[in-house]
Design a protein around this ligand. Structure first.
Ligand code: IPE
Ligand code: IPE
Ligand code: MG
Length: 253
């Protein structure tokens, strides 16, 4: 298996080669930021940046699938992004629809399983239908799991989990003493998935912006000034290589 991964990575060029001692993070999360600035720099409308960002996403998904990453979660629309001008919000909704429509064809042969993480509140019926179609269609795929965080907020996710747990207590299904970290994890959108080990944020911002706040408590953070539409496979490999140099202590010494 390891040899296979090495071979596949080598295919992208010698600089991208992982050494025998290096390993792939099991779950990578990316805050796809900087689309607006990318467009503004070129005198284009912000939506042109989002469109280019979607292209970048396709390249990075294929790369992750090729090198053998198991889980990739990407932040596409936060619960706070509703505060943007309606025209931009509408464009982002349209873009997700288009992305989901084309995903099948675009990712053909990659065996990608697609999930959408977030609240369905405020999403149009049309979009919700497209989401459930794609999730259903790819449910049995065995390759990379791609989580698109859309209308996602970490606090919102935890509030929802608390509600579900409170309901279970109220119904007498569980006792207060049964509430623990593992139970909370099971009530999140990422139930059953490993926590992200590496969180990547391009565009120069150094904050989490309400992304996977529970799940990323021990993730390694990697920042870059590159704007998301300019993000390339080599940047991802750089992040993976840096991840391998980190000394993770998990509270120990
Ligand atoms: C990220 O790019 C995409 C979304 C938040 C939907 P931005 O739109 O935040 O781009 P900048 O940060 O304004 O450059
Ligand atoms: C985070 O980016 C959300 C997504 C990338 C979808 P933002 O651009 O919305 O975050 P802030 O406003 O800079 O914190
Ligand atoms: Mg931004």
């Amino acid at each position: 298996m390891e040899e296979l991964i090495l071979f596949r990575i080598d295919w992208f060029g010698k600089n991208n080669l992982l050494s025998k001692k290096e390993r792939l993070p099991g779950h990578i999360a990316i805050i796809m930021d900087g689309n607006g600035r990318w467009a503004q720099k070129r005198g284009l409308p912000r939506t042109a940046g989002h469109r280019e960002g979607a292209r970048t996403l396709n390249r990075i998904v294929k790369y992750c699938s090729t090198i053998g990453i198991k889980y990739l979660t990407v932040y596409a629309f936060s619960t706070e992004n509703w505060s943007r001008p309606k025209s931009e919000v509408d464009a982002l909704m349209e873009l997700l629809k288009e992305y989901l429509d084309k995903a099948d064809k675009e990712l053909e042969g990659h065996d990608v399983k697609i999930n959408v993480l977030g609240s369905s509140e405020r999403l149009s019926e049309d979009l919700k239908k497209k989401i459930s179609n794609v999730v259903e269609k790819t449910a049995n795929n065995k390759g990379l799991v791609l989580n698109v965080a859309f209308n996602y907020g970490g606090r919102d996710e935890i509030v929802n989990a608390v509600r579900k747990i409170a309901q279970d207590v109220k119904n007498g299904n569980i006792k207060i003493q049964d509430i623990n970290e593992s139970l909370v994890s099971k009530k999140l959108y990422t139930a059953g998935m490993p926590d992200p080990e590496l969180v990547i944020r391009p565009s120069g911002e150094k904050r989490i912006s309400n992304f996977l706040i529970w799940q990323s408590s021990y993730a390694e953070l990697w920042y870059s000034n590159v704007l998301w539409p300019d993000f390339k496979e080599k940047h991802l490999m750089q992040a993976i290589k840096d991840f391998n140099k980190r000394h993770r202590r998990f509270g120990g010494i």
